[in-house]
Design a protein around this ligand. Structure first.
Ligand SMILES: [Fe+2]
Ligand SMILES: [Fe+2]
Length: 157
């Protein structure tokens, strides 16, 4: 595959990423308003922080696209919502997992073109998405440690 075709592929991938960043920003703002119950107060603050960070990601990705010679999209990908607190958080978590998967692919594509500077910017973004996923996993009460896991120290008091 020629470098030009590879470059066009990565630009179209980045435009997809950008449309999902805009969607995530909107979805987080709406979910922060819709979550209810006193136990969700801290989670609401967390989602609003995520929304601000998705906005920052959109700006960074838009600039990368322009830098690589593309035109940043104004499209917004699909948003999801629900009347259920846990369903909204599950929707947000799935969005983060999808973003992480896309960004790891984007890093590979950029590095194949020796665009290590742009790849570094995506690395910084994907680290934040991982933090978002961890926040949501914890808010959903997901226990990731498998039963029977052996610890190198005693958990007994
Ligand atoms: Fe993001
Ligand atoms: Fe995120």
């Amino acid at each position: 595959m020629s470098n030009q075709i590879q470059l066009e592929q990565v630009i179209s991938g980045l435009n997809l990423d950008l449309s999902w960043e805009y969607a995530a920003l909107i979805q987080y703002v709406q979910h922060a308003s819709m979550l209810y119950g006193p136990e969700y107060t801290a989670v609401i603050d967390e989602l609003l922080t995520h929304a601000e960070q998705e906005h920052e990601h959109a700006v960074i990705i838009s600039d990368i696209i322009q830098y690589l010679g593309g035109i940043p999209t104004v499209e917004v990908a699909n948003r999801l919502t629900s009347l259920s607190n846990t369903e909204m958080l599950r929707q947000d978590l799935q969005g983060e997992y999808d973003a992480i998967r896309r960004y790891l692919q984007r890093i590979e594509q950029l590095e194949a073109l020796h665009l290590y500077d742009s790849a570094q910017k995506i690395r910084n973004i994907v680290l934040v998405e991982q933090e978002h996923a961890i926040d949501l996993e914890k808010a959903l009460g997901m226990q990731k440690v498998r039963p029977g896991t052996h610890y190198p120290f005693s958990l007994k008091p």
